[in-house]
Design a protein around this ligand. Structure first.
Ligand code: 5GP
Ligand code: ZN
Length: 115
């Protein structure tokens, strides 16, 4: 289901342009507009799930597909030495767009201090 007020729902629908890197029935992935590393891609489920708190037995297949997509995208982007997957949840987690998404961050050796 789409939320008409949601930025990422608009990006998935193509109403707002993005640099798409991957799409299938369940998942849409595009480059972050403000990259924090040489590769910074956002992987989002095509279902409007607000945040990790809202994952449940009815929608968790979307999350599984996100991680299948992450593996494909990482290979396609040449991230053979590794990368980080980040999910920010809620205000204290630093989530700014309330549509569940996973950041793929890589293309360089990352600090070990982020987590
Ligand atoms: P959060 O802070 O919610 O985990 O991550 C939201 C991410 O969305 C941020 O890294 C931000 O740069 C990215 N972002 C926000 N607006 C847009 C946009 O319009 N297009 C793209 N490609 N990324 C966006
Ligand atoms: Zn949404």
């Amino acid at each position: 289901m789409r939320d008409n007020d949601c930025l990422f729902c608009k990006i998935i629908a193509g109403d707002i342009p993005s640099a798409k890197v991957y799409e299938d029935e369940y998942v849409f992935a595009f480059r972050d507009i403000n990259p924090q590393a040489p590769v910074h891609i956002l992987v989002v489920p095509k279902e409007h799930i607000r945040c990790a708190d809202d994952i449940n037995g009815e929608n968790s297949a979307y999350v599984a597909h996100c991680f299948e997509a992450i593996a494909k995208i990482a290979k396609a982007e040449g991230l053979k030495d590794g990368y980080r997957v980040v999910n920010n949840c809620g205000e204290y987690g630093g989530q700014t767009v309330m549509h569940l998404h996973f950041h793929i961050i890589g293309g360089t050796k990352l600090s070990e201090k982020i987590i």
